[in-house]
Design a protein around this ligand. Structure first.
Ligand code: ATP
Length: 249
């Protein structure tokens, strides 16, 4: 077996976190949610696991620029998020990041394709063009024929697929998912994870998933385990290690 040469070793880091810390509150009521996290995220999928209160969601929110860490830095392709204004970070979240939450957070009064098209229209794309793009993503995700259904006319799994299409439609660099299968039964959750991992890979986006469920983490190339605001373990899926392993170096 040949060893990777310098070119194959070169994996471009998408997000890097250095000595990330986050303290909520002060004095006796301070909660140290993150206590010095170093993390490099390259292409592929990453699961963040750990017990309740270990800092998983706080880490995801810091990586995605939703909250400002109280210490350390997060860089997207070398650009320091903390050096940006709130307006710049909002624009970055809209263009470079996609989000999937536990319960789709779709707008009940809009059909599926308008829900998906929303980030594009907020960014100034014309309605017809945005709907065309949304329909393409809905078909890719297995919802052909359901483009005009409202969220109330979809199953939980179908609604999460719409949320995945919405996260992907602006062709983000990274999709962040917080307990994306938390509201679904086991079987539907597995199917949604297949779609989430497969579709992000197809469009070339990295995927970061917070989950309590080892069955969800098994879909990912790499898993980190958090405890008390720190990364205490890291695993790589057999056969899928090299890219993420080298990205971590
Ligand atoms: N807005 C906040 N204000 C104060 N403390 C907070 C806030 N958000 C989180 N915390 C605290 O920070 C710590 C980490 O919380 P976080 O939500 O990141 O953990 P988690 O691992 O995602 O937990 P869970 O699995 O229960 O969602 C906890 O002690 C929590 O109580």
């Amino acid at each position: 077996m040949s060893h990777p040469g310098p070119i194959e070793r070169l994996v471009v880091m998408i997000i890097s976190a250095r000595q990330l810390s986050m303290t909520y509150g002060t004095g006796g009521i301070a909660a140290h949610a993150l206590a010095g996290v170093d993390l490099d995220i390259g292409p592929g999928s990453l699961a963040i696991m750990g017990p309740s209160g270990s800092g998983k969601t706080t880490l995801l929110h810091c990586l995605a620029g939703i909250v400002r860490p109280t210490g350390g830095a997060v860089c997207l392709r070398g650009q320091d998020l903390s050096a940006m204004s709130d307006r710049q970070r909002t624009a970055l979240r809209r263009r470079d990041f996609g989000f999937v939450f536990q319960s789709g957070q779709l707008l009940a009064e809009l059909p599926a394709n308008e829900n998906v098209a929303l980030p594009l229209m907020l960014d100034g794309m014309k309605h017809q063009l945005a709907i065309g793009r949304a329909d393409t993503y809905l078909r890719m995700i297995g919802l052909a024929g359901m483009e005009n259904r409202r969220p109330g006319e979809l199953s939980g799994g179908q609604a999460q697929r719409v949320a995945i299409a919405r996260a992907l439609v602006a062709e983000p660099a990274v999709v962040f998912a917080d307990e994306p299968t938390g509201a679904l039964d086991q079987q539907t959750g597995q199917e949604v994870m297949d779609v989430l991992v497969g579709s992000t890979a197809r469009v070339g986006a990295a995927l970061v998933v917070v989950t309590h469920d080892p069955g969800v983490a098994r879909h990912c190339d790499r898993t980190i385990v958090m405890r008390d605001g720190r990364i205490v373990a890291e695993h790589h899926a057999p056969g899928r290690a090299p890219q993420q392993l080298q990205a971590a170096r």
